[in-house]
Design a protein around this ligand. Structure first.
Ligand code: NAD
Length: 420
């Protein structure tokens, strides 16, 4: 009998995704695992139990987690859920640890080896494990679909015998993974698309997608990209110039989609209430950064707000979850790709190499302790000051955090059998 991988049903009411697909169940089985999927785990992602069974999984109940060697999840297990977990179980999920010290401590206390998928380094080898990219890509797509649904007019130009319908004008602010997909999707729907970013590399990418780039291209702009490819927080002066440039542009747009994020900071405010008010009635703004503080003044997490001037500001939560059937397939593949690297192909068992950079970057807790450098201090010296940024608003970039202290775990020798 092989080791067991368990896939629970997500308990968060706002989480329709699931951490496995029939495809990954087949692959996990081929790796030598027994796979147990909790009944109904895939329902909200349109994967019935039978599909999992056909792929080789057994359908189980929540309590089966207690015999799992590996748990694949979308969200971090709660303290209540952890009660049923066996110490030593590897738990792979989006752990969202920033500002959630108590939850991280609970993972350590439960003795599980927790891996935070959002800390996966963005290196070539780990591209297939990049949950931020796979989910942001779909969020960018869905943002345009949501905008189109709220925008009660046609997006493409239509030249008909009865006259011409003008194309909608869409402006994408922040052109990372989500923004690029938003541009591509809006173009496919026939909108006239412009986009902005503070990173110069974005300019060429925007042009290659057939959209027009608009930005304050001064000296600060030329140095706005960090070595990791992320944006820096811009100076007040730059922000003022950017606002002046975009204000006039936004007034002429039908749809604005904002995706701008800065690792470790609140999302930059890019659209002021005055800019919102300058738009025509019926215009739509989708704020994809709403869970991290929002790019748009007046955006409310989880709500579609209609302003007094008739502009709709869309602040949906968990946007990848709005396209859960697709998001789950990609997320499941991300998890499988990572788990495969943790398995000894000869013994067909878990063999976590603590010296592997992927493991170092993602391992949050192990052996009853918090081991991730960015969180180890939080455990040992409880912070006195409240975190500057609310939990849900942090960008999950562990590399942006200074290493507080070399984790004791990283001094341990490499292991080959199980998780030391
Ligand atoms: P992100 O989610 O951190 O931010 C979204 C976008 O907002 C970024 O393009 C950023 O530059 C932009 N932004 C920040 N402040 C802004 C402001 N004031 N005004 C306008 N725009 C602003 O970014 P992301 O989608 O995670 O991508 C970050 C980078 O990582 C990109 O260069 C992307 O191509 C790269 N990336 C690399 C890999 C890989 O190599 N495996 C994978 C994914 C992404």
């Amino acid at each position: 009998m092989g080791q067991t991988v368990f896939i629970p049903r997500e308990l968060d009411a706002n989480e329709p995704r699931v951490a496995a697909s029939p495809d990954t169940v087949k692959r996990l089985t081929a790796l030598g695992f027994d796979v147990v999927v909790e009944a109904g785990a895939g329902t909200a992602s349109r994967i019935p139990n039978e599909e999992f069974t056909k792929a080789g999984a057994a359908i189980g109940k929540a309590g089966d987690v207690s015999r799992a060697d590996v748990v694949l999840k979308v969200r971090r297990p709660s303290e209540a859920e952890l009660k049923a977990y066996r110490p030593g179980t590897a738990v792979i999920a989006i752990m969202d640890p920033y500002g959630n010290d108590a939850a991280v401590a609970a993972l350590a206390k439960a003795g599980v080896t927790a891996f935070s998928m959002e800390f996966m380094p963005r290196i070539t080898r780990a591209q297939s494990m990049d949950v931020l990219s796979s989910q942001a890509n779909l969020a960018g797509y869905q943002a345009v679909i949501d905008a189109a649904a709220e925008y009660d007019r046609a997006l493409p130009m239509m030249m008909t015998a009865a006259g011409t319908v003008p194309a909608a004008k869409a402006f994408i602010m922040g052109v990372g993974v989500a923004g690029l997909q938003a541009i591509a999707t809006a173009r496919r729907l026939g909108a006239v698309v412009t986009a902005t970013d503070v990173r110069p590399a974005a300019k060429e990418q925007v042009a290659s997608l057939g959209a027009k780039f608009l930005a304050v291209e001064d000296e600060e702009f030329k140095a706005a990209e960090t070595a990791g490819g992320y944006a820096k927080e811009m100076s007040k002066e730059y922000q003022a110039k950017q606002a002046a440039l975009t204000a006039e542009h936004i007034a002429k747009q039908d749809i604005v989609i904002t995706t701008a994020l800065i690792p470790g900071r609140l999302a930059p405010k890019l659209v002021s209430a005055a800019m919102v008010a300058s738009m025509k009635p019926g215009s739509v703004i989708v704020d994809l950064a709403v869970e991290r503080g929002g790019n748009v003044e007046g955006a409310v997490p989880g709500q579609v707000v209609t302003t007094a001037d008739g502009v709709k500001i869309v602040g949906h939560l968990n946007v990848p979850g709005r396209v859960a059937a697709s998001a789950s397939l990609l997320y499941a593949r991300n998890l499988y790709a990572f788990l495969e690297t943790l398995v000894d192909k000869a013994t067909k068992t878990l063999a976590v190499n603590r010296d592997d950079e992927l493991v170092k970057a993602t391992m949050l807790t192990n052996g009853g302790k918090v081991v991730h450098p960015a969180f180890v201090r939080a455990e040992q010296e409880p912070r006195v000051e409240p975190p500057a940024i609310p939990a849900k608003t942090m960008v999950a970039d562990a590399s942006a955090k200074p290493a507080a202290k070399k984790p004791a775990a990283s001094r341990k020798p490499k292991t080959t059998g199980g998780i030391a």
